[in-house]
Design a protein around this ligand. Structure first.
Ligand code: PMT
Length: 400
C-alpha cells in the first residue's frame, strides 16, 4: 500500500467552502505517515481557523509572507525547502490563475514558486467557473509544468449547482499524494544490509575500529524500504538514528555481525555487505583494563571471519552484494575481490578521496556485476543508494 512515512507534506489551503475538509485531509495525510505543515491564504481563514489546523497538524500554521517573527524561524524559503510535496487543497480558481501566471503575491503562491517539490492541486469551485475557458487554460498550463491535478469531483455543490467542481474527498487526495512516492522495484523482497564499523574489544574500555559512520549503509536501508523491500539493517556502533520501517539489529563485533546475518539468511533474498568489518581482532580480550607497564606493547591479532563470503557460500545464498574499499586500482581490485568472495555484485569505492567514502555525506562509486558495470558520479549517499537499489532490482529481475 502507498504511504507517506517520513514525507514532508506542505498543505496549502485557499479560500473556498471546501476548506473545512482540510481538517480531515490533515488527519488522513498523518495516518499515511506524513509530517504535515499548513499554509493558509487570507480567504481560507474565513472558512476555517488556523487554530484548528494547528491543533491537528501539531505545527504552527503559516499565513503571512511578510511576517518578521515567522521569517526568524521557518520562513518561506525554509518551508519551500522542507516540503517533499506541496499539496494545495482546496485550490480555488483565483489561486490556480495566480499560480499559472507565476504570481508571488502571498505566502502560498510565493512558496509554490520557491519550492522544488512536486505540486499537487485539488481544485474546488463552482461548476461554471471550472468550465470557464480561462480556468481550463490555467489548469492546462500548470499540468504542462508538471502539476498533478486531483479532481474535481461531480455532484451537488454548496451554491446549489450540480456538476464538476466539488473538491475530491480527503481520502482520495491523500491516496493520490502517497502514490506519487510509490516505488515498488523491490516490493516484497527481503533485504539485509550491514552498515557501520565493527568494534573489536581489547579490554573492557578499549577497542580496534575504523572511521565508518554508517551513512552509506543507512542510506541503502532507507532506499530499500522506499523501494518496497522488507528491510533488515544489521549495524555496528554509529551515531545515526535507524531509518523508519526497518528491522534494526545492533551489533558490536565482526563475530556478532556474522552470527546475526547467518541466523537471518533463511529469510533473506538480497544481502548487501556495506559494513567496514574489521579484518582482525585481538587474539585475547582482557577482563580488566590493561595497565601501562612497559614502553612498548605488542598486540596479537587474529583474522576475523569474512561475513560477505560466508553469506555467499551459505546454503540459503541470497543475491549477494559487497562493497570494496580501495585506494588504488579501484575497479580492477574490486572486480577481483568480487570473484574471490563469490559475489553477484560489487560496489567499488575509492576511499583515498576524503570527500567520498568513509564518513562523508557524498559518494562516487562504480558498480560491478559479472557482465557489466555502471559508474555512479559524485552525489549524496542517499542518491547513490537509490541508484544501487535500482541496479540490484534490475539485475535480480534479469536473473529470475
Ligand atoms: O559508513 P560510511 O562512513 O558511510 O562509509 C561507507 C564505506 C566506505 C564504509 C562503504 O562505502 C564501504 O566501502 N564499505 C566496505 C568497507 C570494507 O570493509 O571494504 P573491504 O574492501 O575491506 O571489504 C570488501 C567486502 O567484504 C565488504 O562488503 C565488507 O563488508 C566485506 N567484509 C570484509 C571483511 C570481513 N571480515 N567481512 C566482510 O564481510
Amino acid at each position: 500500500m502507498a504511504h507517506l512515512f517520513n514525507r514532508n507534506v506542505l498543505l496549502g489551503v485557499s479560500g473556498g467552502i471546501a476548506a473545512y475538509k482540510s481538517a480531515e485531509l490533515v488527519r488522513q495525510l498523518q495516518e499515511l505517515g506524513a509530517n504535515v505543515r499548513v499554509i493558509m491564504t487570507r480567504g481560507a481563514q474565513e472558512f476555517i481557523t488556523p487554530l484548528t489546523l494547528q491543533a491537528l497538524s501539531s505545527n504552527p500554521v503559516h499565513t503571512e509572507l511578510l511576517d518578521e517573527y515567522a521569517e526568524m524561524g521557518m520562513g518561506h524559503i525554509e518551508l519551500a525547502r522542507w516540503a517533499d510535496l506541496l499539496l494545495i487543497a482546496p485550490a480555488t480558481a483565483d489561486l490556480i490563475a495566480r499560480l499559472s501566471t507565476g504570481r508571488a503575491d502571498d505566502l502560498l503562491s510565493t512558496v509554490a514558486l520557491a519550492t522544488a517539490a512536486p505540486l499537487m492541486l485539488a481544485p474546488a469551485m463552482n461548476q461554471q467557473m471550472w468550465k470557464d475557458p480561462a480556468t481550463t487554460a490555467n489548469i492546462g498550463t500548470l499540468s504542462v509544468r508538471g502539476a498533478r491535478i486531483i479532481g474535481p469531483a461531480a455532484g451537488q455543490q454548496a451554491c446549489g449547482d450540480v456538476g464538476l467542481g466539488r473538491m475530491e474527498e480527503p481520502s482520495t487526495i491523500a491516496g493520490a499524494a502517497a502514490s506519487l512516492f510509490e516505488n515498488s522495484q523491490l516490493a516484497g523482497k527481503r533485504i539485509m544490509i550491514t552498515a557501520g564499523p565493527t568494534r573489536e574489544a581489547l579490554d573492557p574500555v578499549r577497542y580496534i575500529s575504523n572511521n565508518s559512520s554508517g551513512k552509506m549503509g543507512y542510506a541503502l536501508a532507507a532506499a530499500a524500504v522506499d523501494a518496497g523491500a522488507i528491510t533488515t539493517l544489521v549495524s555496528g556502533p554509529v551515531a545515526l538514528a535507524p531509518p523508519d520501517r526497518i528491522r534494526f539489529l545492533s551489533v558490536q563485533s565482526a563475530e556478532q555481525m556474522l552470527q546475526q546475518c547467518i541466523e537471518l539468511l533463511p529469510e533473506c533474498d538480497i544481502f548487501i555487505g556495506c559494513a567496514a568489518v574489521a579484518d582482525y581482532r585481538p587474539a585475547k580480550v582482557e577482563n580488566q583494563k590493561i595497565k601501562k607497564a612497559q614502553n612498548e606493547m605488542t598486540l596479537q591479532l587474529v583474522r576475523n571471519p569474512d561475513i560477505v563470503s560466508a553469506v555467499a557460500a551459505n546454503k540459503y545464498r541470497p543475491y549477494t552484494v559487497g562493497f570494496a574499499a580501495e585506494t588504488n586500482n579501484v575497479v580492477a581490485y574490486a572486480r577481483d575481490k568480487m570473484q574471490r568472495k563469490g559475489l553477484d555484485m560489487m560496489v567499488a569505492n575509492d576511499v583515498s578521496n576524503q570527500t567520498i567514502g568513509f564518513n562523508s555525506d557524498n559518494n562516487a562509486v562504480t558498480v560491478l556485476w559479472r557482465d557489466g558495470e555502471k559508474i555512479l558520479e559524485l552525489a549524496s549517499k542517499a542518491s547513490i543508494a537509490q541508484h544501487i537499489v535500482h541496479l540490484i532490482a534490475h539485475q535480480t529481475r534479469k536473473n529470475n
